[in-house]
Design a protein around this ligand. Structure first.
Ligand code: SF4
Length: 287
Protein backbone atom coordinates (compact mmCIF):
# COMPACT_ATOMS: atom_id res chain seq x y z
CA UNK A 1 0.00 0.00 0.00
CA UNK A 2 1.54 3.29 -1.02
CA UNK A 3 1.42 6.32 1.29
CA UNK A 4 -1.40 8.80 0.85
CA UNK A 5 -0.38 11.89 -1.09
CA UNK A 6 -1.78 15.36 -0.61
CA UNK A 7 -2.59 17.22 -3.82
CA UNK A 8 -0.93 20.60 -4.13
CA UNK A 9 -1.98 23.57 -6.25
CA UNK A 10 -1.01 23.42 -9.90
CA UNK A 11 2.29 25.13 -10.67
CA UNK A 12 3.86 26.06 -13.98
CA UNK A 13 6.34 23.72 -15.64
CA UNK A 14 9.83 25.14 -15.44
CA UNK A 15 11.58 24.74 -18.79
CA UNK A 16 14.77 23.49 -17.13
CA UNK A 17 15.59 19.91 -17.95
CA UNK A 18 17.38 17.73 -15.44
CA UNK A 19 18.10 14.06 -16.05
CA UNK A 20 15.49 13.16 -13.43
CA UNK A 21 12.79 15.15 -15.20
CA UNK A 22 13.61 13.68 -18.59
CA UNK A 23 13.77 10.14 -17.25
CA UNK A 24 10.51 10.59 -15.39
CA UNK A 25 8.73 11.74 -18.53
CA UNK A 26 10.14 8.90 -20.62
CA UNK A 27 9.16 6.41 -17.94
CA UNK A 28 5.61 7.69 -17.58
CA UNK A 29 4.26 11.06 -18.79
CA UNK A 30 1.46 10.98 -16.23
CA UNK A 31 3.98 10.51 -13.41
CA UNK A 32 5.83 13.53 -14.80
CA UNK A 33 2.59 15.50 -14.70
CA UNK A 34 1.96 14.67 -11.06
CA UNK A 35 5.51 15.51 -10.03
CA UNK A 36 6.34 18.57 -12.10
CA UNK A 37 3.11 20.09 -13.40
CA UNK A 38 0.78 19.50 -10.47
CA UNK A 39 3.77 19.93 -8.16
CA UNK A 40 2.89 17.04 -5.85
CA UNK A 41 5.88 16.50 -3.56
CA UNK A 42 7.64 13.15 -3.75
CA UNK A 43 7.22 10.90 -0.74
CA UNK A 44 10.51 10.79 1.20
CA UNK A 45 10.95 7.01 1.02
CA UNK A 46 13.80 5.30 2.86
CA UNK A 47 15.88 4.55 -0.29
CA UNK A 48 15.54 8.18 -1.39
CA UNK A 49 16.60 9.65 1.95
CA UNK A 50 19.30 7.03 2.54
CA UNK A 51 20.80 7.71 -0.88
CA UNK A 52 20.80 11.45 -0.33
CA UNK A 53 22.51 11.11 3.06
CA UNK A 54 25.18 8.85 1.57
CA UNK A 55 25.84 11.43 -1.14
CA UNK A 56 26.22 14.12 1.52
CA UNK A 57 28.72 11.98 3.44
CA UNK A 58 30.75 11.23 0.31
CA UNK A 59 30.76 14.93 -0.51
CA UNK A 60 32.07 15.66 3.02
CA UNK A 61 34.85 13.07 2.60
CA UNK A 62 35.83 14.33 -0.85
CA UNK A 63 35.89 17.98 0.17
CA UNK A 64 38.21 17.09 3.04
CA UNK A 65 40.35 15.10 0.63
CA UNK A 66 40.57 18.06 -1.73
CA UNK A 67 41.48 20.47 1.08
CA UNK A 68 43.94 18.24 2.98
CA UNK A 69 45.15 15.93 0.18
CA UNK A 70 43.93 12.90 2.10
CA UNK A 71 40.65 11.33 3.05
CA UNK A 72 39.37 11.86 6.60
CA UNK A 73 39.63 8.96 9.09
CA UNK A 74 36.97 6.26 8.83
CA UNK A 75 35.57 7.08 12.28
CA UNK A 76 34.87 10.68 11.25
CA UNK A 77 33.09 9.62 8.09
CA UNK A 78 30.91 7.11 9.93
CA UNK A 79 30.15 9.72 12.60
CA UNK A 80 29.12 12.10 9.83
CA UNK A 81 26.76 9.49 8.44
CA UNK A 82 25.27 8.72 11.86
CA UNK A 83 24.53 12.41 12.52
CA UNK A 84 22.96 13.08 9.12
CA UNK A 85 20.97 9.85 9.07
CA UNK A 86 19.64 10.42 12.58
CA UNK A 87 18.61 13.97 11.71
CA UNK A 88 16.95 12.84 8.47
CA UNK A 89 14.97 10.18 10.33
CA UNK A 90 13.79 12.76 12.87
CA UNK A 91 13.02 15.61 10.53
CA UNK A 92 11.83 13.87 7.36
CA UNK A 93 10.41 10.67 8.83
CA UNK A 94 11.00 8.68 5.63
CA UNK A 95 8.47 6.08 4.59
CA UNK A 96 9.75 2.50 5.01
CA UNK A 97 7.84 0.22 2.68
CA UNK A 98 6.74 -3.12 4.12
CA UNK A 99 9.73 -5.45 4.09
CA UNK A 100 12.27 -2.63 3.76
CA UNK A 101 15.40 -2.78 5.94
CA UNK A 102 15.03 -1.02 9.31
CA UNK A 103 16.84 2.27 10.07
CA UNK A 104 19.46 0.31 12.05
CA UNK A 105 20.01 -2.06 9.13
CA UNK A 106 20.54 0.97 6.91
CA UNK A 107 23.18 2.21 9.37
CA UNK A 108 24.99 -1.13 9.30
CA UNK A 109 24.90 -1.18 5.50
CA UNK A 110 26.16 2.42 5.29
CA UNK A 111 29.07 1.70 7.62
CA UNK A 112 30.06 -1.33 5.56
CA UNK A 113 29.95 0.42 2.23
CA UNK A 114 31.63 3.61 3.50
CA UNK A 115 34.48 1.57 4.99
CA UNK A 116 34.90 -0.22 1.66
CA UNK A 117 34.77 3.04 -0.26
CA UNK A 118 37.41 4.74 1.91
CA UNK A 119 39.66 1.71 1.76
CA UNK A 120 39.44 1.62 -2.06
CA UNK A 121 40.23 5.35 -2.33
CA UNK A 122 43.01 5.82 0.24
CA UNK A 123 45.74 6.14 -2.38
CA UNK A 124 43.69 7.82 -5.08
CA UNK A 125 44.15 11.43 -6.18
CA UNK A 126 41.54 13.92 -4.95
CA UNK A 127 38.71 14.65 -7.38
CA UNK A 128 38.71 17.67 -9.65
CA UNK A 129 35.21 18.59 -8.44
CA UNK A 130 32.43 17.21 -6.27
CA UNK A 131 28.73 17.98 -6.39
CA UNK A 132 29.35 20.07 -9.50
CA UNK A 133 26.15 22.01 -10.15
CA UNK A 134 25.56 23.19 -13.72
CA UNK A 135 22.98 25.06 -15.70
CA UNK A 136 23.68 25.38 -19.39
CA UNK A 137 21.81 26.11 -22.58
CA UNK A 138 21.91 23.70 -25.50
CA UNK A 139 19.82 23.54 -28.68
CA UNK A 140 17.42 26.07 -27.18
CA UNK A 141 16.89 24.09 -23.97
CA UNK A 142 18.09 24.79 -20.43
CA UNK A 143 19.83 21.79 -18.92
CA UNK A 144 20.66 21.50 -15.24
CA UNK A 145 21.97 18.98 -12.76
CA UNK A 146 24.56 18.15 -10.14
CA UNK A 147 27.44 15.79 -10.98
CA UNK A 148 28.56 13.70 -8.01
CA UNK A 149 32.29 13.66 -8.80
CA UNK A 150 34.61 14.63 -11.63
CA UNK A 151 38.10 13.12 -11.81
CA UNK A 152 41.00 13.90 -14.11
CA UNK A 153 41.82 10.98 -16.39
CA UNK A 154 44.73 10.43 -18.77
CA UNK A 155 42.98 12.03 -21.71
CA UNK A 156 40.03 13.90 -20.24
CA UNK A 157 37.38 14.05 -17.56
CA UNK A 158 35.96 11.07 -15.73
CA UNK A 159 32.36 11.61 -14.69
CA UNK A 160 31.32 9.56 -11.67
CA UNK A 161 27.75 9.00 -10.57
CA UNK A 162 27.24 7.26 -7.22
CA UNK A 163 24.33 4.87 -6.88
CA UNK A 164 23.23 3.47 -3.54
CA UNK A 165 20.47 1.12 -4.74
CA UNK A 166 20.66 -2.66 -4.41
CA UNK A 167 20.35 -3.41 -8.11
CA UNK A 168 23.50 -3.25 -10.16
CA UNK A 169 22.54 -2.56 -13.78
CA UNK A 170 23.99 -4.45 -16.73
CA UNK A 171 26.61 -2.72 -18.86
CA UNK A 172 24.06 -2.17 -21.66
CA UNK A 173 21.90 -0.05 -19.34
CA UNK A 174 24.85 2.10 -18.28
CA UNK A 175 25.91 2.53 -21.91
CA UNK A 176 22.61 4.19 -22.77
CA UNK A 177 21.95 5.87 -19.43
CA UNK A 178 20.51 9.31 -20.12
CA UNK A 179 21.77 10.84 -16.88
CA UNK A 180 25.40 10.00 -17.66
CA UNK A 181 24.97 11.29 -21.21
CA UNK A 182 23.60 14.60 -19.95
CA UNK A 183 26.36 14.89 -17.33
CA UNK A 184 29.09 14.14 -19.86
CA UNK A 185 27.69 16.72 -22.25
CA UNK A 186 27.46 19.35 -19.50
CA UNK A 187 30.89 18.62 -18.01
CA UNK A 188 32.71 19.05 -21.31
CA UNK A 189 30.94 22.38 -21.83
CA UNK A 190 31.43 23.70 -18.29
CA UNK A 191 35.00 22.49 -17.74
CA UNK A 192 36.04 22.85 -21.40
CA UNK A 193 37.71 19.47 -21.55
CA UNK A 194 36.83 16.25 -23.36
CA UNK A 195 35.20 13.44 -21.42
CA UNK A 196 37.25 10.25 -21.24
CA UNK A 197 34.78 8.06 -19.35
CA UNK A 198 31.49 8.04 -17.51
CA UNK A 199 31.27 5.79 -14.47
CA UNK A 200 28.33 4.22 -12.69
CA UNK A 201 29.72 3.69 -9.17
CA UNK A 202 27.79 0.96 -7.39
CA UNK A 203 28.33 1.76 -3.72
CA UNK A 204 26.93 -1.50 -2.34
CA UNK A 205 29.95 -3.46 -3.53
CA UNK A 206 32.33 -0.61 -4.35
CA UNK A 207 32.43 -1.59 -8.01
CA UNK A 208 32.38 0.55 -11.12
CA UNK A 209 30.91 0.23 -14.60
CA UNK A 210 32.76 2.55 -16.98
CA UNK A 211 31.61 3.47 -20.47
CA UNK A 212 32.16 6.28 -23.00
CA UNK A 213 30.06 9.09 -24.36
CA UNK A 214 30.54 10.94 -27.64
CA UNK A 215 28.86 12.95 -30.35
CA UNK A 216 26.32 10.30 -31.30
CA UNK A 217 24.98 10.10 -27.72
CA UNK A 218 24.96 13.90 -27.43
CA UNK A 219 23.03 14.18 -30.71
CA UNK A 220 20.52 11.63 -29.46
CA UNK A 221 19.99 13.72 -26.31
CA UNK A 222 19.75 17.10 -28.06
CA UNK A 223 18.03 16.15 -31.34
CA UNK A 224 15.76 13.33 -30.24
CA UNK A 225 15.04 13.22 -26.51
CA UNK A 226 14.82 16.90 -25.65
CA UNK A 227 12.58 17.98 -28.57
CA UNK A 228 10.33 14.95 -28.04
CA UNK A 229 9.83 15.60 -24.31
CA UNK A 230 9.62 19.39 -24.57
CA UNK A 231 7.02 19.20 -27.33
CA UNK A 232 4.90 16.63 -25.53
CA UNK A 233 4.94 18.69 -22.33
CA UNK A 234 4.02 21.84 -24.24
CA UNK A 235 1.07 19.99 -25.79
CA UNK A 236 0.13 18.60 -22.37
CA UNK A 237 0.42 15.00 -23.51
CA UNK A 238 0.57 13.16 -20.23
CA UNK A 239 -0.77 9.70 -20.96
CA UNK A 240 -0.14 7.03 -18.34
CA UNK A 241 2.42 4.39 -19.14
CA UNK A 242 1.66 1.31 -17.09
CA UNK A 243 4.24 -1.26 -16.13
CA UNK A 244 5.91 -3.03 -13.23
CA UNK A 245 7.29 0.38 -12.16
CA UNK A 246 3.76 1.37 -11.10
CA UNK A 247 4.36 -0.75 -8.00
CA UNK A 248 6.93 1.77 -6.78
CA UNK A 249 5.25 4.91 -8.07
CA UNK A 250 4.62 7.61 -5.45
CA UNK A 251 1.41 8.53 -7.23
CA UNK A 252 -0.10 5.08 -7.58
CA UNK A 253 -3.17 5.75 -5.45
CA UNK A 254 -3.77 9.06 -7.18
CA UNK A 255 -3.34 7.45 -10.58
CA UNK A 256 -5.75 4.65 -9.70
CA UNK A 257 -8.32 7.22 -8.55
CA UNK A 258 -7.87 9.17 -11.77
CA UNK A 259 -8.40 5.99 -13.81
CA UNK A 260 -11.55 5.23 -11.86
CA UNK A 261 -12.84 8.75 -12.49
CA UNK A 262 -11.98 8.50 -16.18
CA UNK A 263 -13.69 5.14 -16.47
CA UNK A 264 -16.78 6.49 -14.72
CA UNK A 265 -16.91 9.71 -16.72
CA UNK A 266 -16.44 7.95 -20.02
CA UNK A 267 -18.72 5.11 -19.07
CA UNK A 268 -15.94 2.60 -19.51
CA UNK A 269 -16.47 -0.67 -17.72
CA UNK A 270 -14.33 -1.15 -14.65
CA UNK A 271 -11.54 -3.62 -15.37
CA UNK A 272 -12.23 -7.14 -14.24
CA UNK A 273 -9.82 -8.42 -11.59
CA UNK A 274 -8.39 -10.76 -14.26
CA UNK A 275 -7.01 -7.81 -16.22
CA UNK A 276 -4.69 -6.92 -13.35
CA UNK A 277 -3.03 -10.33 -13.47
CA UNK A 278 -0.24 -11.65 -15.63
CA UNK A 279 2.62 -9.70 -14.10
CA UNK A 280 0.93 -6.31 -14.27
CA UNK A 281 -0.34 -5.33 -10.82
CA UNK A 282 -2.33 -2.59 -12.42
CA UNK A 283 -5.46 -2.22 -14.58
CA UNK A 284 -5.06 -2.23 -18.35
CA UNK A 285 -4.81 1.31 -19.81
CA UNK A 286 -7.90 2.74 -21.40
CA UNK A 287 -7.70 3.87 -25.03
S1 SF4 B 1 1.06 4.45 -11.28
FE1 SF4 B 1 2.07 3.91 -13.20
S2 SF4 B 1 0.79 4.81 -14.84
FE2 SF4 B 1 0.24 5.80 -12.89
S3 SF4 B 1 1.50 7.65 -12.79
FE3 SF4 B 1 2.58 6.04 -11.68
S4 SF4 B 1 3.96 5.11 -13.19
FE4 SF4 B 1 2.42 6.28 -14.31
Amino acid sequence: MNPVIAVQPIVAVQPRWSATRLKTFLNCPRQFHYAYVAGIPAVPTSPLVFGRVLHQVLCFAHERQMAERKLPPVAQVLEQFDGLWSRALDEEQPFFRPGAPSPQMHTTLAHELLRAFLSAHQDKAPPLAVELAFEIEAAGHALCGVIDRVDEGQSGLIIVDFKSGARKPPLADVERDLQLTLYAFAAQKVLEQPVEQVVHYHLRNSSQIATQRGESEFEWLLDKVLPHVAQAVEREQFSPRYGYWCNWCDFRELCRAQDERDHAERNYPQPEPETAKGGEAWPTPHN
